[in-house]
Every structure is written in structure tokens, then in C-alpha cells.
Design a protein around this ligand. Structure first.
Ligand code: NDP
Ligand code: ZN
Length: 363
């Protein structure tokens, strides 16, 4: 049992190589062990490319026969872009398969396990399940809800201000914290902000770290098309931009943006409802959404019960001012009982700033 846990931890570590680059697929790691030695390792690194088990079994070669395979997610049983991994494990002649968690994808959901067992392979399920579920929380949420996993992000002062009373917000946190934000952006399918943030900060919302990566989609909530035609997100063509509007916009106005390559998406109602936005994004295969403000947009997501995780960067500064905005605006909850409860998952220093990652408790 102890050895099993050791090898499954290794498989989880290998799986982490794919974090942020496998969407809309899960991250998966596999380890092949024979005669007390690791003979194969593999991770799924990109949608459409080889699954973790294929890499690991190929590496093991003949040594896969009679081996134990540790895999962080149930092996697939369906023909996708690659043939089923369950079949591969059977053909390779493995003796035992240890699986951390089952695949909620209705195309798999237990069928992979059944297939292995029917072929006479010993299968154990559930070792380090919590860790494996946490690793694929984005994918599992998307499969179950059919809407993206939502992370609210903000930077604030130690007294909880996201800008000064006059609206200045560049920069509250350190360069190191901003670099960390870029890393998180790169792990999401899309970034979303409200039109006031575009008007106040003219952000680029691109990933600017290390070697150039693919930028996530940029989404602006802008009921009446007030986004300036010369805003970075409209003109720079660094990433795709969608502006989501209410139903009442004029098509002449919309065309000016579309000529610049921006997609205008009117919602069915006069006002933009967060649930409608999430449904639309889910249909467009956006599995993860990074909401970067401002405070009114955060409030709307909170009220819609649409937040999965919060990432806060807290700078050792006091800004003060009754009128200075805080991370979540609007009316807020009037009773403490209604407050959104979170579990702190991670607490670390990023340069001089504190980074807090918290998951929303499901009630
Ligand atoms: P937001 O950026 O949250 O934009 C709000 C506007 O978005 C609304 O007024 C509305 O305008 C539009 N909107 C459309 N649909 C919705 C919806 N469903 N819910 C909410 N808004 C919607 O504005 P804030 O003024 O609250 O925040 C901007 C301030 O926050 C700026 O000063 C900025 O510098 C600061 N900021 C700070 C950050 C930080 O981390 N420190 C990060 C981001 C911003 P309309 O009706 O015209 O559509
Ligand atoms: Zn597979």
C-alpha cells in the first residue's frame, strides 16, 4: 500500500506538467512499475496529442508485460482523437492498474474500468482521489456544469482597496505579483473584465512572461458598447476579443468593432446576466474563466453564485478613503449569514505581497 501511494504521487507530479495546456482535456499522469522499478512515465500535454498512458507504455516497451500501471484518471474507453487507452493497457499485457479517480466524462464514466476488469486485469480505484480531483477541478467542473470554472482575481492594499478614491490602481502590487498574474492568465481559456476597467486602465490582458505563449481570449462586459475604439483590447490584435453587450445595441456601431476584428455578442436581454454569459462560454468550449474585475463585475459573479475560486494579492500598503473601491462592490450581502464562505487553499509570499488562493465552499 505504501509503495502504491508513492507511485501514485509520482504519477500526480508527472500529470502536473500539463497544467494549463491541456484544455479542454484533463491533465493526466501515468507511471509503469515492474519488478520494483519505474519502467515508464507519461503525461498528457495537449488536447489532440497522445494520452499519458500511451507515452508511459511506449517507454516501458516489453517491460509493460506483467507490470502495474498507476494512472491519475480512469483510462479512456472511447475512440477520440486517439484510440482507447484501456485497449492499449490490455494489449500491453499489464497485470494491475491503480486509478486515482474516475472520469466523469459520460463517454468514459466507469467504462474504462469495466473494460480492464473484463480483460482480467486487477483494478484498484480511489488511491489519492482527493489530490487527483483537485488537480482536475477545472475539467470536472466543466464536465458537470457545462460552464467554465470561474476564478476571481484582484490586487488590493492591506486595507482592502483596489484603487485610490480618485481611481488610480497602477500599481498596487509588486512586479513579482504581476508576473504571477501573467502565469495564471496563461493557464486560463479566457479573461473577463467590465467596461469600466477598460475605461479606467486600458489593460492589454495578454500574457507577457518568458517565451511568447498563446494568449487567452479577452472578454468585455459592455452593455451599450462604450469600449473605446482605440482601446488596446480592440486594436492590438494580440489576442481574440469578444465584447458581450445587451440586446439594445445598434448594428452600425457594432460594425466599427467588427471591422477591427472584435466579435460583438449581444445577449438576449437588455442587461447582461452572468448566467447567460457562462452558458454561452460553455457552449464555446471555454472551460476556465479568469475574472479580473472590477468591483461591479465581481459583485455580479458573486451574486450569480458563479465563483469557484478567489485569488487575491495583498500589498503591504494602506490606501484609505471611504470612496476608494474594494474588490467586491455593489450592495453586498446584508446579512453575515449570506456571506460567501471560502476555504483557504494556498497562502504564500510573492515578492513583498501576500497571495491567497481560496475555494468557495459549496452549500
Ligand atoms: P467594472 O470594471 O466592474 O465594470 C462595471 C461595468 O461593466 C458596469 O458599470 C456595466 O457597465 C458593465 N457591465 C455589464 N454587464 C455587467 C454585469 N452583469 N455586472 C457588472 N457589470 C456589468 O467597474 P468598477 O467601476 O466596479 O471597477 C473599475 C475600477 O476597478 C477601476 O478603477 C479599476 O482601476 C479598478 N480595478 C482594480 C483592479 C485591481 O485588482 N486592483 C482590477 C480591475 C479593476 P454598462 O452598464 O455600461 O455595461
Ligand atoms: Zn486515453
Amino acid at each position: 500500500m505504501y509503495r502504491d501511494e508513492h507511485y501514485m504521487r509520482l504519477a500526480l507530479d508527472v500529470a502536473k506538467a500539463g497544467i494549463g495546456q491541456t484544455s479542454p482535456n484533463p491533465v493526466v499522469g501515468a507511471v509503469v512499475v515492474n519488478g520494483g522499478a519505474v519502467v515508464g512515465l507519461g503525461a498528457h500535454l495537449k488536447a489532440g496529442e497522445l494520452h499519458a498512458e500511451v507515452h508511459a507504455i511506449r517507454m516501458a516497451g516489453e517491460k509493460a508485460r506483467g507490470a502495474t500501471v498507476y494512472v491519475t484518471l480512469e483510462p479512456c474507453s472511447h475512440y477520440g482523437k486517439t484510440p482507447p487507452c484501456a485497449d492499449l493497457l490490455i494489449q500491453a499485457g499489464v497485470r494491475r492498474v491503480v486509478i486515482a479517480t474516475t472520469d466523469p466524462n459520460p463517454l468514459v464514466a466507469g467504462k474504462g474500468i469495466d473494460k480492464l476488469r473484463r480483460a482480467g486485469i486487477e483494478v484498484d480505484v480511489g488511491l489519492l482521489k482527493e489530490e487527483a480531483d483537485e488537480l482536475n477541478r477545472v475539467f470536472f467542473h466543466y464536465i458537470a456544469a457545462k460552464t467554465p470554472f470561474v476564478t476571481l482575481k484582484y490586487a488590493c492594499s492591506l486595507d482592502g482597496k483596489i484603487a485610490t478614491a480618485t481611481g488610480e490602481s497602477k500599481w498596487i502590487t509588486s512586479e513579482a505579483a504581476r508576473q504571477d498574474v501573467h502565469r495564471l492568465r496563461a493557464q486560463h481559456d479566457a479573461i473577463l473584465v467590465g467596461v469600466n476597467t477598460v475605461l479606467a486602465d486600458n489593460p492589454k490582458l495578454t500574457v507577457r512572461i518568458g517565451e511568447q505563449r498563446k494568449n487567452p481570449l479577452r472578454i468585455i462586459l459592455d452593455t451599450n458598447l462604450h469600449t473605446p475604439l482605440d482601446a488596446h483590447v480592440v486594436t492590438d490584435r494580440e489576442a481574440e476579443t469578444w465584447i458581450i453587450t445587451g440586446s439594445g445595441i445598434s448594428w452600425e456601431k457594432a460594425e466599427a468593432y467588427e471591422r477591427l476584428g472584435v466579435r460583438i455578442i449581444p445577449m438576449p436581454a437588455a442587461h447582461i446576466h452572468v448566467r447567460d454569459v457562462l452558458r454561452l462560454l460553455g457552449e464555446q468550449r471555454i472551460t476556465s474563466l479568469f475574472v479580473e474585475g472590477g468591483s461591479r463585475v465581481h459583485d455580479s459573479f458573486l451574486r450569480a453564485g458563479a465563483v469557484n475560486e478567489v485569488v487575491a494579492y495583498i500589498a503591504p500598503k494602506l490606501i484609505g478613503g471611504r470612496e476608494a473601491p474594494t474588490p467586491v462592490g455593489g450592495l453586498g450581502f446584508s446579512r453575515l449569514e449570506e456571506a460567501m464562505e471560502l476555504d483557504i487553499r494556498q497562502l504564500e509570499m510573492v515578492g513583498p505581497d501576500i497571495k491567497v488562493v481560496a475555494a468557495v465552499k459549496r452549500r
